[in-house]
Design a protein around this ligand. Sequence first.
Ligand code: F6P
Length: 321
Amino acid sequence: MAKKIAVLTSGGDAPGMNACIRACIRSGLAEGKDMYVVYDGFRGLVEGDIAQVNKDFTQDIINRGGTIIRSARLPEFKEDEVVEKAAQQLADFEIDALIGIGGDGTFKGLGALAKHGVEVVGIPGTIDNDVGSTDETIGFATALNTICECVDKLKDTSGSHQRCSLIEVMGRHCGDLAMFAALAEGAEGVICVEHPLHEDVLFRKLRKMKAQNKSHAIIIVSENLLDINELAKKIEANTGFDTRTEVLGRLQRGGSPVAHDRILAARMADKAVTLITKNEVGNGKIVGVKSSEIVAYDIEEALKMKHEHAHGLRDLIDKLQ
Ligand code: F6P
């Protein structure tokens, strides 16, 4: 009997999730496996919202943003009886292995399922790039591009009005989107965990720019750190720069994935399917990319790995400002 593999997406959606679903299904079918999808993440798994799919299901989705099997957050998935119910659904459908695409929250859920005897593999898909066991997550490159497109536009109007723009980007508690965007945009400032705000330094710099009659100032701010409207008021009071705020929000999660994310999705998906077909999953694996190589770690080990990518950019960003 062919091995049955199911795929789900969980947590915040990310561009490239559809490309990853496509690659998992096609890679599995090419290996002679029966492929299934779970709708609505772990919630759908608990409810048994599971369907067998064929190649047609994956037609024309490689370039689509979002996730066609939808995503959800299910805090209750920490409870043992909820996990047990999910494991039972997989057993009822006679599914042998589950691939979960998402971030650390998703991997914790997979880890809990592994303890109930389910064969699980995680693939990192989140715009935040906050997963320690990989250099890059699916969706990060696209979200970064989206931020840069927005900042380019804001620079135009900021320059016309000689304004300071405070632009809040996502990342949850990780500064990668902010730091990489600041570097890519040559921003005058960046505020995030890896590059904390020093008001005096920022105000001094903006005052100097104002005195030099610079046309605009772009400051990228990571979410969940401070109230950008309050900071805008302080900047106006301390520097004389007319200041506006923009929260890019979930715009950053949408849109067609860039080629880089589609390729990353294909490589990671194929690795996940290969681990399953070669019976190398053990107590659960998380796939990642390290120094351009596709790798896999045991879940417990992966969840302990620390993410420190953006720290290394700090000096370069400051040097080029
Ligand atoms: O994890 C992705 C992400 O977009 C974070 O950057 C953000 O903090 C969070 O999800 C927002 O989640 P939601 O859309 O559920 O409010």
